[in-house]
Design a protein around this ligand. Structure first.
Ligand code: DOR
Length: 425
């Protein structure tokens, strides 16, 4: 196995030091290290973080390999500083059986660029009618612990209760896409002043808030773990704040785009800005920032949602919702939070790894820990060119924007997946 010596690097914002990686682990963190056999990476001005962990990634395989594959999504993840991603279940076929989750897990291992942890569907075919084979998926080689119908809400309260009860046996999690479907029929964007002006049917904040309120009560009643996907409104933050104060076992994520972009982007009618839940208002963004800082929102998750050209470069009404996220998430976090390295490590690595139970991930570089880490140049600025992304899709909302930060290197169990800002394989 190879050895790497990263010199003069800040570990999670600390003073510059040297970091030696050998045999898959962080061998030493100390000043003036020497290791003649090691490849030297000059870390001057750079910051080493525990490898990022994404709890919410759409990899599209099986079924829509034209939009993304496990391999292309894994490469995008590594280039974004990730060492582990959780792959959502809305593939085709849906990941609602042990067979499909094992297939995704195996493809992830073969690609070898990040650890791919499949998420299983809650209901058969995401249809919201019958529970999927949760136990079989949990017992499979993929060892599924998180279940989600993401893209769809588990709207039936009885089914949601059963799902929460079922996963309690193995301390599993139901990750809910909170959207009361009766309130969002035909919706094209956030319901508010901009939707009124544009004459588009709105997706009201209460459609999200009502489901979160219901589900925290169900989770409290059952004593199970609930995770709320892509929280997007100030009202949702208040519901979560109260639930957490009562001790409900709930965690929540926010996406980079909901931290940065407002519903005014819909004025362009460019479907790259169509996403579900929709972009909200500046007041929602302010509440999400505050919740991320005080921990009511636990993590940043990308909701990386690649879509083929024909599904995005069309009329707004026909376009699929979703935007790319893996290759730009850290830059958006830096833009929004500033160089708050401990907070970034907490929200993008340690906490998501803990929620997902991914051992060996989300651990700060220190002697003896698995070398899953990423090295960032915070002073670099880069202009996002969609054609240069590793994802098979091009639907980034940040095209031609200049963003702070660049991933210089990513290591998975001591082997580089990214070096000099380029994918190693
Ligand atoms: O915008 C979205 N796209 N939201 C979701 O919940 C699903 C995702 C997708 O799969 O494209």
């Amino acid at each position: 196995m190879s050895a790497y010596l990263i010199t003069n690097v800040s570990v999670v914002g600390g003073p510059p030091t040297d970091l030696l990686i050998r045999d898959g682990v962080v061998a030493e963190v100390a000043d003036n290290l020497s290791a003649p056999d090691a490849t030297v990476v000059d870390g001057t001005g750079l910051v080493a973080l525990p490898g990022l962990v994404d709890l919410h990634t759409h990899l599209r395989e099986p079924g829509r390999e034209d939009a993304e594959t496990v391999e292309s999504g894994s490469r995008a993840a590594a280039l974004g500083g990730y060492t582990a991603v959780c792959a959502m279940a809305n593939t085709s076929p849906v990941a609602d059986t042990a067979g499909v989750v094992e297939q995704v897990w195996r493809l992830g291992r073969e690609a070898g660029l990040v650890d791919v942890q499949p998420i299983g569907a809650v209901t058969v075919g995401l249809a919201g009618e019958r529970l999927a084979e949760l136990g079989a998926m949990a017992d499979s080689a993929a060892r599924v612990r998180i279940f989600s119908d993401d893209g769809h809400c588990v709207a039936d309260p009885k089914l949601m209760r059963r799902a929460l009860e079922y996963v309690k046996a193995f301390d599993g999690i139901i990750a809910q896409h909170a959207e009361e479907p009766r309130l969002t029929e035909g919706a094209q964007m956030h319901e508010g002043e901009v939707s009124t002006r544009l004459g588009l049917i709105g997706w009201p904040a209460v459609a999200e808030e009502a489901i979160i309120a219901r589900d925290v009560l169900l989770a409290e009643h059952v004593g199970s773990r609930l995770h709320v996907c892509h929280v997007s409104t100030a009202g949702s933050v208040e519901v979560l704040r109260q639930a957490k104060a009562r001790g409900v076992r709930v965690t929540a994520e926010v996406t980079p785009h909901h931290l940065l972009l407002t519903d005014e982007r819909a004025e362009t009618y460019d479907p790259v800005f169509k996403v579900n839940p929709p972009l909200r208002t500046a007041a929602d963004i302010a509440a999400l920032h505050a919740a991320l800082a005080d921990g009511v929102i636990d993590i940043i998750a990308t909701d990386h949602a690649p879509h083929a050209v024909e599904d995005k470069e069309c009329e707004w009404a026909y376009a699929r919702p979703g935007m790319l996220g893996l290759e730009t998430a850290l830059s958006i976090a830096l833009d929004v939070l500033g160089p708050e390295w401990d907070l970034i490590a907490e929200r993008m690595s340690r906490t998501p790894a803990r929620i997902a139970g991914l051992t060996g991930h989300g651990v700060d570089p220190a002697p003896g820990v698995p070398a899953n880490l990423t090295v960032v140049d915070p002073a670099a600025r880069r202009t996002i060119e969609p054609a240069e992304l590793a994802s098979r899709s091009r639907n980034t909302p940040y095209a031609r924007m200049t963003l702070p930060g660049r991933i210089v290197a990513t290591f998975l169990r001591g082997e580089p997946t990214v070096l000099d800002g380029k994918a190693v394989k």
